[in-house]
Design a protein around this ligand. Sequence first.
Ligand SMILES: [Zn+2]
Ligand SMILES: [Zn+2]
Length: 239
Amino acid sequence: MARDPNACLVCGKKLVYYNEPKEMKCEFCHKKFMSYACCEDGHYVCDDCHEKEGLEVIQRVCLKETGRNPVKIAQKIMLDPYIYMHGPEHHVMVGAALLTAYHNAGGEIDLKNAIAEMVQRGRQYPGGSCGFWGCCGAAVSVGMFASIVTETTPLSEKTWGWANEATSKALAKIGSYGGPRCCKRNSFTAMRTAAEFTEEKLGVKMEMPERIVCGFFNENAECLVERCPYHPDSAIPMA
Ligand SMILES: [Zn+2]
Ligand SMILES: [Zn+2]
């Protein structure tokens, strides 16, 4: 089913954000939630319902993949109609694409288990946290990736530092471009910093495209255009 990926999943109208959460009922599962966003007509779809099919797509694509380039893997996943322009499914997708590329580049992990773990962790991170908590989920997904491949826990020593550093590097770069948010821009940026960090700390070299060109700017009403390093008309370098 084709849907406008930028808008309400029920009626296609624009989303509105509030400064304070309001009680809303999910149009799909009918559970009640406190949320900051609904569409102009008041429809609300909870994070779980929003990302349900998308999470299955992510796992299916990753487990069949043989490539070592996390950005290419993510771009493949992003083409699926169940991956919307923006949404919390990106909090799983970034880490899953990284785990897949890491595994295919020689990183020693059980990919199936690692991705299942990524889904469990990533789906807990709420949509909209970039704006409301000051911490984009694509960066957190990098931290989850780093934690999973190093089997880090709160009691770990060296790798505890790495996981937190990995998130911070991604987040700093994401923040440097300014807003409004774009889940595509943030995902690409997070994967670039993660690939660098993984080579430096873990000695596993993933591939990166020489230039990342975004194919989704037409679907994003808030695209930064020349201020985005991935827009074809970008005025700033990718580095
Ligand atoms: Zn609606
Ligand atoms: Zn729901």
